[in-house]
Design a protein around this ligand. Structure first.
Ligand SMILES: [Mn+2]
Length: 336
């Protein structure tokens, strides 16, 4: 027995010695990697196009913090701070990485709160004329800032559902008889002398635009029988039908549901943009809440969508440094 123990211990010792030898050999054979210097951003111009998708600003609407149990708060001041945050982030992100030749700004509708709903009519902070005025001036400043950084700015505009005139639904001239549409027209006028800014204002439910060789369908997103694209299936069903009507597209960009999401679709994607406003009393009532966000992404030739940056706009809410898009002596949030 003692002999057996001795053999066992000896074997164990040898096994341990072998393991150590093997580990030493592996360690000796491991390639030595030199610690690199920090990666420098690439110099020169990127071939890719930037897209800044802005949706559901609902200018003029108020969301009460108390009613939201602190989840969200919204008024004109917060809206304009969040907008400025988007522009500053876009510019600093672009500058930190490369020089981009062109930026597309998708204005996806529900720019103004409107007065089509009774509860909005009584709780809006400013009336619909002031909403349009505020949105026009703020967006003109925002796009003007982009035009100082990017050699070309293309603004693609579709109307939302909140800008409709009056409480009744209508379908004739639906996208034109709409406060969003008027906002876009004034915006175009205000920037008419800015030679590197171009507008594409849609009079229909959707518009098509080609970005770096890829076909985009842009729509607000309310023209669907789905109440909420809470599931991927509903999301797919909501917008799959548009392909029949609009023809082949690589990317579809919609908003309306105040929820951010992306779904692969053929060779491209369906991109659902979140809202500047974020969740409100309505969404809370129906059991939905999403943080406000907007989306910045890029399209590369021969590659498609290269990356996406979620602009988490709430960061700007309490920061006075994002003021500056307000007009004249306006006291945002204090009109009522
Ligand atoms: Mn909407």
């Amino acid at each position: 027995m003692a002999k057996y123990e001795a053999i066992k211990n000896n074997t164990a010792a040898r096994a341990e010695e072998n393991t150590k030898t093997i580990l030493r050999r592996i360690a000796a054979a491991a390639p030595r990697v030199r610690i690199p210097r920090p990666i420098q951003p690439a110099k020169g111009t990127a071939q890719e196009a930037l897209v800044l998708a802005l949706a559901d600003l609902h200018v003029g609407e108020a969301v009460k913090k108390e009613a939201m149990n602190g989840l969200n708060e919204y008024d004109v001041r917060i809206c304009l701070r969040r907008l400025r945050f988007c522009i500053e982030e876009t510019i600093s992100f672009a500058k930190r990485n490369r020089t981009f030749n062109k930026i597309y700004v998708f204005l996806l509708g529900d720019i103004v709160s409107g007065d089509s709903h009774n509860d909005l009519k009584t709780t809006n902070k400013v009336n619909v004329i002031e909403q349009v005025e505020t949105a026009v001036v703020a967006l003109a400043k925002a796009i003007g800032e982009l035009a100082q950084v990017f050699p070309a700015v293309e603004v693609v505009c579709v109307s939302g559902n909140h800008g409709r005139i009056g409480p009744q639904e209508y379908y004739k001239d639906r996208e034109v008889l709409n406060w969003d549409h008027l906002t876009y027209k004034f915006l175009e006028l205000l920037l008419a002398k800015q030679s590197n800014v171009r507008f594409d204002i849609s009079s229909s439910l959707w518009t098509k635009v080609n970005v770096a060789g890829y076909d985009f369908v842009i729509t607000h997103g309310d023209a669907t029988s789905e109440q909420s694209p809470g599931t991927l299936y509903a999301f797919e069903r909501s917008y799959g039908k548009l392909r029949d009507l609009a023809g082949r597209y690589d990317y579809l960009v919609a908003a309306h549901f105040h929820v951010r999401g992306t779904l692969q679709s053929g060779k491209g994607e369906k991109i659902l943009v979140g809202s500047m406003k974020g969740g409100d009393e309505y969404s809370l009532h129906f059991g939905f809440y999403s943080e406000p966000s907007q989306t910045l992404f890029s399209i590369r030739p021969r590659y498609g969508k290269a990356w996406e940056l979620t602009l988490r706009v709430k960061q700007a809410d309490r920061k006075a440094r994002y003021d500056g898009y307000t007009i004249r002596n306006m006291q945002p949030g204090d009109n009522r």
